[in-house]
Design a protein around this ligand. Structure first.
Ligand code: PLP
Length: 460
């Protein structure tokens, strides 16, 4: 490599260096030396600015994570203070004030007896911790065969080996290996895909029956846990039918199968509550995983929260068993300080109340899009989560046009100053939770203009 210029790299240098040396998540192998990513230079509130100075509403909220918005001086101060006081303490041999206070705080926020918090580096490692805990637990109880994990088609749980193994999104069945012998997938729960004439209640019955059949087929003695996002977010904001969460939890209870609620996206206010499991979906699981909104994306942090009942059953009176799970950055003091400040800001500014107040408007505008545009097949969402999916038989009826709908809509909106997150035939959005009613209107006005443009294109 030629020696890089010592200072002030040019815009072109940065683009070149990024393209040549910085491998991004989900890079396509044909274009990983040609893709130029949008470079975001500054951010404030719900807005980001790219390197040309163009301003965008951040529709995806970073990556479903920037709850309190960008550019908070109070957050910067809290982080700086912790860095100067004590930036790192080994969680093996010591603890820190922020980690202890945050663990206590999260235990208060979670439902039921979920009082024990294991801190991780993000969502994937929180899921990994939950899944490894299932293995530890059943080995500890002397039933090593009770290990299978039930997961769902279209679920997303992360990118480490175990977390990606329980991820049901098609693209993960590619050239990566998975621990597939440990996992069994349940079919799609999306009500949008249900056969014509099937009511939501009947759909729920069928989805519960799918789980019953799987338990029957594999044997409850071989199944350790069910992992489920309350809403399948990366799968396209799929909201399972009413009653589904409770009935699947009841089935798990009946068969002594642990229930892991993956709240990496739904936690920390996205649906107007700290956690959605109990307050929105009426379930108290055995474990909850969270990350993202825990620090509003200012620093990496995740957590796996476990019930007292589970902890009790894992106890070993001889003290010989060791919970060999942990990361150098478990309970990182600076990340924990950021999470505490994030929670404080959310409390002081009643961000949960704000989400509850603006949600009806957000969801009304989303619903109106479904009614207004012929090229749209389905709109769905909850809280400040939304998804637009194109009609399966778009007029310009090519597989390619169908598949690129999300990217085309995102491109049309970006021209007008709104970023979305495209997923094949869908575009999803989850803006910062501080978004005002007027800003919600700005967002949806741009989406409607983008859909007008696409309608003309698809209808020729
Ligand atoms: N679980 C869910 C539900 C997610 O949406 C994600 C990421 O999008 C993860 C786990 C993985 O989190 P991370 O990317 O922080 O490892």
């Amino acid at each position: 490599l030629a020696t890089a210029p010592a200072n002030s790299p040019s815009d072109t240098d940065i683009t070149d260096w990024d393209r040549d040396h910085n491998l991004h998540p989900w890079a396509t192998t044909d274009s990983w030396r040609t893709d130029d990513y949008m470079r975001i230079n500054t951010a404030k509130g719900i807005y980001v600015w790219d390197s040309t100075g163009k301003k965008f509403i951040d529709g995806p909220g970073g990556m479903w994570c920037v709850q309190i918005g960008y550019g908070r001086q109070d957050m910067a101060d809290a982080i700086a203070k912790q860095v100067m006081e004590m930036p790192y303490a080994s969680p093996w041999s010591s603890t820190s004030e922020p980690a202890a206070i945050l663990a206590r705080k999260i235990a208060e926020m979670t439902p039921g007896d979920l009082d024990t918090v294991f801190f991780t580096t993000g969502g994937s490692t929180a899921v990994d911790t939950a899944l490894r805990t299932v293995q530890f637990y059943n080995n500890r109880l002397g039933r090593p065969e009770k290990k299978l994990i039930m997961a769902r088609e279209k679920g997303y749980h992360g990118s480490t080996y175990l977390a990606s193994s329980v991820t049901g999104k098609e693209r993960f069945n590619t050239k990566y290996d998975n621990a597939s012998d440990l996992v069994r997938f349940l079919p799609d729960v999306n009500p949008y895909g249900r056969p014509e004439g099937t009511t939501l209640d009947q759909w729920c019955d069928q989805k519960v029956a799918d789980m019953e059949a799987l338990i029957e087929r594999e044997g409850a003695d071989n199944i350790g846990a069910f992992i489920a996002e309350p809403i399948l977010c990366s799968g396209g904001v799929i909201v399972p039918p009413p009653g589904y969460h409770k009935r699947t939890l009841d089935l798990c209870r009946k068969h002594d199968i642990l229930y892991i609620s993956d709240e990496v996206v739904t936690g920390f206010g996205r649906l107007g509550h700290w956690f959605a499991s109990e307050e929105v979906f009426d379930i108290v699981p055995d474990m909850i995983t969270c990350a993202k909104g825990l620090t509003s994306g200012y620093l990496p942090l995740g957590a796996c929260i476990m019930s007292n009942a589970l902890m009790k059953r894992m106890e070993d009176p001889t003290g010989e068993e060791v919970f060999y799970n942990g990361y150098t950055y478990t309970g990182h003091p600076v990340s924990c300080a950021a999470a505490l400040k994030n929670i404080e800001i959310m409390e002081d500014e009643d961000i949960l109340g704000h989400v509850q107040r603006v949600t009806p408007h957000f969801q009304d505008r989303l619903k109106a899009i479904g009614e207004k545009f012929d090229i749209v097949g389905d709109v769905r969402g909850m809280g400040l989560l939304g998804c637009i999916e194109c009609r399966p038989d778009l007029p310009q009826d090519t597989f390619d046009a169908h598949l690129k709908f999300g990217a085309k809509l995102d491109m049309a909106c970006e021209e007008m100053g709104l970023m979305l997150r495209p997923f094949g035939n869908m575009a999803v959005f989850s803006p910062p939770l501080i978004i005002s009613k007027e800003e919600i209107d700005d967002m949806f006005d741009i989406m409607e203009a983008g859909l007008e443009k696409l309608s003309a294109e698809y209808n020729g």
